[in-house]
Design a protein around this ligand. Sequence first.
Ligand code: NDP
Length: 480
Amino acid sequence: MTTIKNYINGDFQNPIKGNWIDNYNPSNGEIYGQLPDSTKEDVENAYIAAKSAFPSWSQTSLEERSRILIKISELLETNLQRFAEAESKDNGKPVSLAKAVDIPRAASNFRFFGNAITQFASESHESIGQQAVNYTLRQPIGVVGCISPWNLPLYLFTWKIAPALAAGNCVVAKPSEVTPLTAFLLGDICNEAGLPKGVLNIVHGLGESTGQAIVEHPDIKAISFTGGTTTGAHIARVAAPMFKKLSLELGGKNPNIIFADCDYEEMLSTTVRSSFANQGQICLCGSRIFIEASIYEKFKTDFIKKVKALKVGHPSESDTNIGALVSKSHLDKVKEYIQIAKDENGIVLCGGNEVKVKGYENGYYLEPTVIEVQSNDCRVNQEEIFGPVVTMMPFQNEDDVLKMANKVKYGLSATLWTNNLKRTMHLTNQLQAGIVWVNTWMLRDLRTPFGGVKASGVGREGGFEALRFFTEAKNVCIKY
Ligand code: NDP
């Protein structure tokens, strides 16, 4: 059994009240460990450690902060296999995916922000005619809270922590209670890299208690949250009256728009990936596929053939394409949506059933599922399913598809497949999304702004946007 502990002031600690939560392995449905069911007392301890570390960390030179963050990155790379296996065990994703994407990306987050902070500059404005000069300081906020979800556990956890630390803040962080393992392992790496005690504190537990205590804490002055839209709205309600800085990265229901003039083979293989990577549990997955009517039947045949060839299997097998869903309750939720689709006259073109993987019959496996829908207004096109389920339907022209793409409460990302320049310019301009990919998907440059519009969130992560979020601007005006 693995016992996960809170990482507070550089030490590993049991929860003060002594309560624990079972941790499940989704690939076989078995309990493999326990994690703290932390309370507000644990969060308070983490806050006290962070507060006392802040004066020194905020004054640590940029070179030194950068050196430590890059060292963390290197240690993650050295421990790639161990972290990838841990991520897979906790989340159900194929080890191959965790090894190729999740852990390398977590390492990149630390390296990127370790470098970025050495290049981060503030502005100055000369007030000509008034004999004054203004310069803007970018000062760390103090103690900040970072709360992350289960789908890309270490990847999204570090996407917040790395810029927060680089900017000179001290952090109280909570990973998802469903996937705490790699965040726990990160504590040792931080100690080995020489991160001073109390600069990063990781408190494990439930959202409604541990997470809530972070959001409610009067002296944790900023919250960076990634998770569901409903949770984001709740956090905003709690944090807004305390005037906390808030960054909310929330759900998505992203359109994947395919025109007949695209590079077909590339579109086809990328669409399989953008539909089912990580069992479809990526906020950026293109879960609503719109296909130009002239190639609809061809696409349908070719896509289904490719999807049927995907192997659902144990995450540790190298030829597994689709691992286990993260939890039993999530599997049940996704299955409910498949039933809703049928009730709404959607046609299940492939998949739709649970899979019993030999030797792991209690794991949470589901076939990749493609549903043909009649209208963009149906629930499976309007609500986030967040599993290996995509819908598809034809469109007639640009205006038609633009209306459908935008007719949803979310606005995280959109993907467009076309070689027509005018159409590209028109649609990229008009699509209501924070990120638009043209002829690609999930190509990420960490310098670019990342986030959504509408119910997909508020604020932007990535690059200097993240460093701006994790600092307060103070303007100094000097008359001479
Ligand atoms: P949740 O919103 O349920 O949880 C996210 C995190 O918030 C978890 O750590 C959770 O803890 C915690 N939490 C829950 N309630 C509270 C609360 N009252 N106060 C403080 N923290 C709380 O999301 P999921 O973990 O289910 O993740 C899936 C969602 O995340 C999807 O909607 C997906 O689209 C979105 N997402 C968005 C991304 C983006 O960049 N826009 C990227 C990835 C995912 P616990 O786990 O213990 O409940």
